[in-house]
Ligand binder design. Structure first.
Ligand SMILES: NC(=O)c1ccc[n+]([C@@H]2O[C@H](COP(=O)([O-])OP(=O)(O)OC[C@H]3O[C@@H](n4cnc5c(N)ncnc54)[C@H](OP(=O)(O)O)[C@@H]3O)[C@@H](O)[C@H]2O)c1
Length: 240
């Protein structure tokens, strides 16, 4: 399979890219920077990992930069994984429009445009493709300071469900993976006390394992999940 994955320089996106490569798939990856661990992975898989640096806060240039300069219709895309996101954490009384707009560009509008062009590519290549969006448990349970971020993820979830109805007849699937708290750069500012309070809300009393998220994404990408679409799969240590 050829998979287009956003946010591959670190964190969950890197783990997903690594897992796809280990399973003999080809990865077309996007992020703004090329981390050392990503460079090492490119060296390991020179024929199967292709990288494009692009800032997803600029959805209007996705067509030219990603679907013309990087991937053309002659490269069939079997899987799109909308993983890249940013968190604009604050209480709503401090809300600023420029930060809010940038976050929605990255977390919602770019995934929508990537979906648009990925589906066009799938139709052109007669592929029953799979689209997977990474949401967040914050879209389901309230956390102080995450209302704006959670709103961007909630909108993405509604988008995915409707895409599954719109394109199901063409065999194209769309699903959401909902991770709980993971130890990544996104959460670098949280104190141990804050983390403990998050863990207490989970049945397993611990963080979510990134590998478990990546394995779920791989499952949703392939034939084994061919009857699953329009769903939200929680990988969250049981946040109930
Ligand atoms: N960490 C958690 O606890 C948690 C919980 C639930 C859901 N999630 C979700 O899981 C996904 C992955 O998060 P993570 O924790 O792995 O975050 P992360 O460690 O901060 O990584 C984010 C990735 O997205 C890329 N990215 C961010 N802004 C971008 C932009 N403007 N243009 C292009 N790429 C951009 C980053 O690359 P560059 O900086 O190089 O551009 C990086 O590769 C996200 O959708 C997040 O919302 C995370």
């Amino acid at each position: 399979m050829n998979a287009l994955i956003t946010g591959i320089s670190r964190g969950v996106g890197f783990e997903i890219a690594k897992l796809f490569l280990e399973n003999a798939h080809t990865v077309y990856g996007i992020s703004r920077t090329e981390s050392d661990e990503l460079k090492a992975l490119e060296k390991q898989y020179p024929d199967h990992l292709f990288f494009k640096n692009f800032d997803l806060s600029d959805p209007e240039n996705i067509k030219q930069n990603i679907f013309k300069d990087f991937i053309t219709n002659h490269i069939p895309i079997h899987v799109l994984i909308n993983n890249a996101a940013m968190a604009y954490d604050d209480i709503v009384t401090n809300l600023n429009y420029p930060e809010l707009k940038t976050m929605f560009d990255v977390n919602l509008y770019s995934p929508m445009f990537l979906t648009k062009y990925a589906i066009r590519n799938m139709i052109y290549n007669r592929i029953s493709g799979s689209i997977i969006h990474i949401s967040s448990i914050s879209a389901h349970t309230g956390y102080k300071g995450l209302s704006m971020y959670a709103a961007s993820k909630g909108a993405l979830q509604s988008f995915s469900k409707n895409i599954s109805r719109e394109w199901g007849e063409r065999g194209i699937r769309s699903n959401i993976v909902v991770p709980g708290y993971m130890e990544t750069a996104m959460n670098a500012k949280l104190t141990q006390d804050h983390k403990n309070r998050i863990f207490k809300r989970t049945a397993l009393k611990k963080e979510t394992d990134m590998q478990s998220v990546a394995e779920t994404v791989l499952f949703l990408a392939g034939e084994k999940s061919k009857s699953i679409t329009g769903q939200e799969i929680f990988v969250d240590s049981g946040t109930l």
